[in-house]
Design a protein around this ligand. Structure first.
Ligand code: FAD
Length: 465
């Protein structure tokens, strides 16, 4: 890449082009996971679909690997190409709402919080993830699980149309009737087919109120509480998402001090709607065994959608292992409570925390064949997540997260593509299964036969579609 080429790109693009010595370069290559430290040869800040097309053509002409950045939350750092061209969509972050038609249009670089902030003044929302600084782009294209999913489907189930720029720089629209094969693939198939510049979402009236309940147990009581919690999942109303968490307690004021810094488990729920109705659901949770502490809070939907923003903030080193489970038998619960700890471990500080989030409801109403997203029959999603700051702990933190993942794997039915880290091809197979992967491969071949977009959980192109 010669400097004259970059000058020409700057002229053609009418947008910002950053090289490694430019001010702002380091900020833009920095993503959510502090383990990711890659240096693109060039960062192109795209403010329009035509800028995206120009950047793609430039990258291909110069043999540069492309990384597409929206929220930058892929735990594997998929948006940052080492030595390649980072296509930064963050200047395309606008969201527009039509409350009468119950539609929202989000640009390809928008964050989830922008969608919630634009829709909530009308009491509307669409399913979004649980942390507002996550990108609409990556989350929606992989599926999109959130507190509204059991009532209104995954985020991808709420997409009405996608506007896409392909590997050839062409603009394509995908809906149920236009390019319906692409529409199928984009709902779960990730960033494999091109760069989405606009998402059109269906909105729902959800009001503005929510309730979160967590009941905490010391490790020795946790299995009993979790079995009762598990038995409630099939009967929970769709406004409720049952949750469980296993981790190391902080010095939290609501928890007895003897549990501080010990392994604890919480079971609970997130309720979107009238908090009093949500409280009625908590009564059933209490029935199994007395909790050591309860933490119940009423909050607005916007507060719910941002309550984990700081805890899940940037600048920490991160590693994940995720699984889907179609059932949660007693042995799986025991493994969850044990946190994958080596026998005799009495020091929980270095162990990862893990969450379980219930699926079902509207997620399972959609026929498996209707979207690329698989695993609609999951009972719960498991994610073990390690977060730390000292690079000297990298090995032990990742090893412990792998142990936790391995302890749950015998009970698992597959994996969520958006929770994959370094599983490679095997992870992609677990995310889609053989039949969907074959269908996705044919669509990939139609829209990106040269696998230009491969910095993702990659679907190899297959000829013969
Ligand atoms: P990026 O790293 O920017 O992109 C991820 C991938 O998507 C890359 O391969 C990129 O090329 C591709 N991509 C992004 N935008 C586009 C686009 N416009 N066009 C084409 N390709 C694109 N998932 C859930 O389902 N529910 C949750 O509640 C949830 N919570 C999370 C909380 C945190 C703190 C984090 C880190 C992740 C969470 N996730 C959740 C997982 C999340 O869905 C994935 O990490 C997702 O990849 C993030 O998307 P992004 O746009 O932020 O990431």
């Amino acid at each position: 890449m010669k400097s004259a080429d970059v000058t020409a790109l700057r002229r053609d693009l009418a947008g910002q082009v950053l090289l490694p010595d430019d001010a702002g370069y380091d900020g833009l290559r920095t993503v959510w996971n502090a383990m990711v430290d890659r240096r693109p040869a060039v960062i192109v800040r795209c403010a329009s679909a035509s800028a995206v097309a120009t950047a793609i053509r430039f990258a291909r002409a110069h043999g540069l690997e492309i990384g597409v950045r929206c929220g930058g939350h892929s735990v594997a750092g998929m948006s940052v190409p080492d030595g390649g061209l980072m296509l930064d969509l963050t200047p395309m972050a606008a969201v527009r709402v039509d409350p009468e038609r119950r539609r929202a249009w989000a640009q390809g670089g928008a964050l989830l919080g922008a969608v919630d902030r634009a829709t909530q003044p009308f009491g509307l929302a669409t399913t979004a993830g649980n942390v507002s600084h996550t990108g609409v782009g990556g989350l929606t294209l992989g599926g999109g699980m959130g507190w509204l999913a059991r009532r209104h489907g995954l985020t991808c189930d709420n997409v009405v149309s996608f506007e896409l720029v392909t590997a050839d720089g062409e603009r394509v629209r995908a809906t149920d009737s236009d390019n319906s094969d692409l529409f199928w693939g984009l709902r779960g198939g990730g960033g494999n087919f091109g760069v989405v510049t606009d998402f059109e979402f269906r909105l729902h009236h959800v009001g503005t109120a929510a309730l979160v309940a967590d009941l905490y147990y010391p490790a020795q009581d946790a299995a009993t509480a979790m079995r009762a919690w598990r038995d409630l999942i099939p009967y929970a109303p769709r406004r409720a998402t049952l949750t469980a968490w296993a981790g190391t307690a902080g010095p939290w004021p609501f928890l007895p001090s003897e549990l501080h810094h010990r392994s604890v488990v919480s079971v609970g729920l997130v309720w979107v709607g009238d908090p009093d109705e949500g409280r009625e659901q908590v009564t059933a949770l209490r029935a199994a065994t007395p909790a050591a502490a309860e933490w119940i809070r009423e909050l607005s939907y916007l507060e719910l959608q941002t309550m984990d923003d700081d805890r899940e903030g940037h600048h920490q080193r991160r590693y994940w292992k995720g699984h889907y489970l179609r059932a949660l038998d007693d042995a799986a619960i025991d493994a969850f409570v044990a946190r994958g700890a080596p026998a005799g471990t009495d020091e929980p500080a270095l162990l990862p925390a893990a969450s379980l989030q219930a699926y079902g409801g509207a997620i399972a109403d959609v026929a498996d064949d209707d979207t690329a997203f698989a695993h609609r029959g999951a009972l719960v999603e498991f994610v073990a997540s390690a977060a730390w700051t000292d690079p000297a702990e990298d090995e032990i933190r990742m090893a412990n997260a792998r142990s936790f993942g391995a302890a749950i794997e015998p009970f698992a039915s597959g994996a969520y593509v958006n929770a994959l880290a370094d599983e490679g091809e095997q992870g992609v197979r677990r995310a889609y299964g053989a039949a969907k992967l074959a269908r996705l491969g044919v669509i990939k071949h139609r829209y990106d036969p040269n696998n230009v977009f491969h910095l993702n959980h990659n679907i190899p192109p297959i000829t013969g579609g």
